[in-house]
Design a protein around this ligand. Structure first.
Ligand SMILES: Nc1ncnc2c1ncn2[C@@H]1O[C@H](COP(=O)(O)OP(=O)(O)OP(=O)(O)O)[C@@H](O)[C@H]1O
Ligand SMILES: [Mg+2]
Length: 573
């Protein structure tokens, strides 16, 4: 059987002809022609049959008289757009349609109605039925096409919506990346600027602090006290505050010199309790929560303590009516960074400082890492605390995350890279270099800044060293080449022309045993790579820093060392 045949057999015609043998007759004519026809018992039966599903209804005219048509008419009106259900009405013999008022009423009420006058010839009935069935089949086809079209439209709409969503997501992602990039570029530019400023300031502060030291000594020697020495004291405090600021600037610009060590941060935080207690004051409770089995972190302990202290001070300032400060440690495995201050995905040791203070508004939150951004009154905050924290964390290959809710509090997390190595016990710094009074060492000071060189030279003379000075690398080589005996080279790291690192390389090639102490105001990490902390002295420095570094550098030389290569016996110490 073909598909077409199948659908034909499934088609059903309903017959309602309550009077006489009309119904049976019509049914048998149709069955003869292989058309399925079912006889309905009454009008209600017809309506239910139509609702249940059939293709055509044959109804005698008299069956409509007195029938309750409402349900049928409602059904006809409610047909979907593709459907126009056909009726064949068998009229009385001689009752012409034009003169029959029922005929026009039926057409109005039922729509697709055709009239067939009785008696009819069997072939006429069959052909009329077949025509209507074909018409109905067309309607079904129309429905199928319509549904297919709707399905396709829906499918396409979904595809378009998906493409649209993807496009929006891509635009958002691009926006996010661009804004991260912009922010990074801005921070980088500010970093470059600040490191330049810090470099110059360190030179100035070296001169100021150096001269203040001399004046203090001078005053003490002459017994000058009172107002003048008080003024001097103010100068020293101001210069020292300036030195702290430049330090923070360098840390923000990620150009400070870090001395990372493998640490158990639980020890570091536990060791800070007293310091925190004294910084917080009475109205703030402090809790520490230290994670068990905390991974080791690779980090500079001094800078970490400074960062935690900065966070704690911020927390204190945000809790002016008292509150709770919690410092906790955690192991943290992070996914992709959600903000530029966060670290890249990986394993980190987290130090979290939480407060129950004022929290931050969205505007403040967006700007906290900018250097000099502060909401504190003049003189209370310089706006460098969080810049230091971020600069230090980033330079340590970690990052920072801020969670804050206005009126509830703030948590700031510092993430530091995990290390699988064993903890290095922090330096006790107890090594005593002593000031050997009969060490008549000669030191060559190389610095292009006259004022700095002079004050350093004066400080060295104060320490009773023999001092030679050079304003450039070339001049320094001339001194070394001349038969002047030199025991130590004190070398400015950042000099125009030939940098301190290059001068050092050349000196080492010629005089491998001559110790070099670098003076750095601006320490570029990469340039300083491989240089021991003991061989560097950060500007600005105090007399005692200089004394201990020099002593350390001179003592380091092995006693059995052969003469330095400027061939002078003094260099052979
Ligand atoms: N825990 C906190 N709760 C609420 N606001 C904070 C918190 N930490 C920082 N802030 C806001 O961020 C600003 C910048 O902080 P940052 O530490 O960089 O500078 P500062 O504290 O103002 O000054 P400085 O730390 O240099 O003395 C603060 O002025 C404050 O508005
Ligand atoms: Mg601060």
């Amino acid at each position: 059987m073909t598909r077409q045949d199948q659908s034909v057999t499934a088609e059903r015609t309903l017959i309602l002809a309550p009077r006489g043998r009309d119904a049976m007759l019509a049914q048998s004519i149709l069955q003869e022609a292989d058309l399925r026809a079912d006889i309905c018992a009454g009008f209600q039966d017809l309506v239910e049959g139509i609702k249940a599903g059939c293709e055509l209804a044959i109804v005698t005219e008299e069956a409509f008289r007195g029938a309750e048509m409402r349900t049928l008419v409602d059904w006809v009106r409610a047909q979907p757009a593709w459907s126009d259900f056909p009726f064949i009405v068998l009229t009385e013999h001689g009752g012409g349609v034009e003169r029959n008022p029922l005929a026009s009423q039926l057409t109005d009420a039922l729509g697709s109605v055709s009239f067939l006058e009785r008696p009819f010839h069997p072939t006429t009935l069959i052909s009329v039925v077949r025509t209507h069935l074909r018409g109905r089949r067309r309607q079904y086809e129309c429905r199928r096409l319509n549904e297919e079209l709707e399905f396709r439209v829906q499918e396409r709409t979904q595809e378009l919506a998906a493409a649209n969503r993807q496009l929006l997501a891509q635009m958002e992602e691009r926006e996010r990346v661009e804004s991260t990039l912009r922010q990074m570029q801005r921070l980088e530019a500010v970093g470059q600027l600040t490191s330049g400023v810090a470099h110059d300031f360190n030179n100035l502060l070296t001169v100021v602090l150096g001269n203040v030291s001399f004046m203090e000594k001078d005053f003490a020697a002459r017994g000058i006290d009172g107002k003048l020495s008080q003024r001097l004291h103010f100068m020293r405090s101001a210069a020292e505050r300036g030195a702290k600021l430049t330090d923070q600037l360098l840390s923000f610009s990620r150009r400070q010199r870090l001395e990372p060590k493998v640490l158990d941060l639980n020890h570091t935080i536990a060791g800070m309790r007293d310091l925190l207690q004294s910084t917080m004051g009475g109205s703030i409770r402090i809790e520490t929560s230290l994670a068990e089995n905390l991974w080791h972190a690779l980090v500079d302990p001094t800078q970490l303590e400074l960062a935690v202290l900065n966070l704690a001070i911020n927390a204190r300032d945000a809790m002016d009516v008292g509150g709770l400060l919690t410092v906790s440690t955690h192991n943290a495995t992070l996914g992709e960074a959600a903000a530029p201050e966060e670290p890249v995905a990986g394993d980190y040791v987290e130090v979290c400082v939480s407060d129950t203070g004022s929290g931050m508004s969205a505007n403040v939150r967006a700007r906290v890492f900018e250097p000099f951004f502060t909401t504190k009154e003049v003189g209370k905050g310089s706006g460098l605390g969080l810049s230091q924290v971020l600069g230090f964390a980033k330079q340590s290959n970690g990052g920072v995350r801020i969670d804050t809710t206005e009126g509830e509090g703030t948590s700031i997390r510092i993430f530091l890279p995990r290390s699988d190595l064993a903890e290095e016990r922090p330096d006790t710094g107890a090594e005593d270099f002593g000031d050997d009074p009969d060490l008549p060492a000669r030191i060559l000071v190389v610095d292009d800044d006259d004022a700095v060189r002079q004050v350093v030279a004066d400080m060295l003379r104060e320490l009773r060293y023999d001092v030679l000075e050079s304003g450039s690398a070339g001049a320094a080589f001339d001194v070394l080449e001349s038969k002047e005996p030199v025991d130590l080279l004190l070398l400015d790291f950042a000099m125009p022309g030939m940098s301190g690192a290059e001068v050092a390389r050349r000196v080492r090639r010629r005089y491998p045993r001559l110790p070099i102490l670098f003076v750095t105001g601006y320490a570029d990490r990469t340039l300083l790579n491989g240089i021991d902390e003991a061989q560097t002295l950060g500007k600005p420095f105090q007399l005692h820093d200089l004394a201990s570094k020099i002593a350390q550098a001179l003592n380091r030389r092995p006693a059995e060392a052969p003469p330095a290569r400027n061939e002078h016996p003094r260099s052979a110490v």
